[in-house]
Design a protein around this ligand. Structure first.
Ligand code: FE
Length: 349
């Protein structure tokens, strides 16, 4: 199985990518709206097809990317049936088996943090995605969204602690840099429900916490009940100056050689190689002359780049030009992209 744990620093949310190396079908658990570009870039670079997104609950601290990913890929949206979220394709009930070709998950109702929380267990019980029901050495709060500490105690001890000790625990959040745990570890060391804690111990702990409400709660919960669809139902704006502009998983805006050759007269070509690498006549005819500033001098010579037209950075293989594009973006140049693969694809036809 292909497996990635992704992190949103703004909300400390973990998103999980699960895919099968044979079918190349993928699913995402708890994707974050603002990280859609990142997640789609990874899926594209790994050669995967996103078929399904699934949320563990109606989050109060971030907006799900489920709807946006569905618009962009045609994937299906799954979440707990009791949430009755809009745009839902696959309402999940306790005990349901679901997934994509080669990746099978079992849905277990684990309410208590919210009434609609579900955990998702890999069919072989090797991993469980616990949402906010069980966190590493902690658990989600239980003081709003129909939360109940007593219900949460039963969910954790009966639905999660019944899994094998070695089953790896992947939560929806961690605020201290911890990435995973195991059922055995949490059964022993969880600070609220581990060891010999009983329901009275746990409920007493939870009721004494007195936490402030999440900053985004009033916005996030209604949005998540629409599966993350904005209130106006419109897609967020994206750069539209080049139709096949792609942002890589490394975060670099890239454009292909075909696009460049078709739009040669509308862009500024910025060659960031050293003078000694340049071979006269190597650029295909439509590209004409490039503005030349070696990468190590770029920050000092920004004023030599003509203003107005989009800037396409290029080098031999597309690595240095990627840094050049990043530097220009940091300097406020909005329409900039690196030529994917550099001059090599051009030279080889
Ligand atoms: Fe939550």
């Amino acid at each position: 199985m292909i497996f990635r744990q992704l992190f949103d620093a703004a909300s400390s949310t973990y998103t999980y990518l699960l895919a099968d190396a044979n079918s190349m079908e993928a699913l995402l658990i708890d994707p974050v709206f603002e990280q859609t570009q990142r997640d789609l870039s990874l899926i594209r670079e790994l050669g995967l097809q996103l078929k399904l997104v699934v949320d563990t609950h109606a989050h109060a601290d971030h907006i799900t990317a489920a709807w946006l990913l569905k618009q962009k890929t045609g994937c299906r949206i799954a979440s707990a049936a009791v949430l009755n979220a809009e745009h839902l394709d696959l309402p999940l009930h306790h005990g349901d088996l679901f997934g994509v070709a080669g990746v099978s998950l079992e849905a277990r109702a684990t309410p208590g943090h919210t009434a609609g929380c579900m955990s998702y267990v890999l069919a072989d019980h090797s991993r469980v995605f616990t949402g906010d029901a069980l966190l590493i050495r902690g658990c989600g709060r239980s003081d709003f969204q129909q939360g109940s500490p007593s219900t949460l105690f039963h969910s954790i001890t009966e639905q999660l602690f019944s899994l094998p000790d070695e089953c790896e625990v992947y939560p929806a959040h961690d605020y201290h840099g911890r990435t995973r745990s195991s059922i055995g570890e949490e059964r022993r060391y969880n600070a609220r429900v581990g060891g010999s804690a009983n329901e009275t111990d746990f409920v007493g702990y939870m009721q004494a916490m007195n936490l402030p409400h999440p900053k985004k709660m009033d916005e996030a919960v209604p949005a998540n009940l629409r599966s993350g669809c904005p209130a106006d139902g419109r897609l967020p704006p994206e750069p539209d100056w080049a139709e096949d502009l792609l942002i890589t998983y490394a975060g670099v805006p890239e454009i292909g050689a075909d696009w460049l050759l078709q739009h040669a007269n509308e862009v500024t070509l910025l060659d960031v190689r050293h003078e000694g690498e340049v071979i006269p006549g190597e650029l295909p005819a439509p590209l004409g002359a490039a503005c030349r500033i070696p990468l190590d001098q770029l920050r000092q010579r920004l004023d030599e780049i003509p203003a107005g037209a989009p800037v396409i950075t290029l080098c031999r293989s597309g690595r240095r030009s990627a840094l050049a594009a990043t530097i220009l973006r940091e300097q406020g140049v909005e329409r900039v992209a690196s030529l994917r693969g550099g001059l090599l694809p051009l030279a080889h036809g």
